[in-house]
Design a protein around this ligand. Sequence first.
Ligand SMILES: [Cu+2]
Length: 149
Amino acid sequence: MKSKLLVAASLLFASSGAFAADKVCKLEISGTDQMQFDKKELVVAPDCTQVELTLKHAGKLPAQAMGHNWVLTKTPDVAAVANEGMSAGLPNDYIKKGETRVIAHTTVVGGGQSTSVTFPTSKLTKGGAYTYFCSFPGHSSVMKGTLKF
Ligand SMILES: [Cu+2]
């Protein structure tokens, strides 16, 4: 009886400790039928351990015509990841299969839909140059912004 209580107490302690160490920071961005993101910059606070990014499509057009996703890479990788993702198609969220340069990405959504992705900040380097963009064909030149950590 005594040992069971001890196990229960230590489990409780372990789980509350994990919660205290983890800081999930929530970010939001939305895309429109006019092929725009509403933010040019997203900032992740230095004490965040996880980022939960939610993308809302504020428009009405379907994903086949005006789909948007949110893809994060190092800034120098944007052009190659976007170009090589074009032929991957909607079912693959316009990201090449086996793509290793993508740090995090959401699925592609259409008007009225939203999607989110959670990733650890351990994938980021403080002060690094990161760019988020939409990999739907033709969108990345306009739909992009800077992520700062
Ligand atoms: Cu888009």
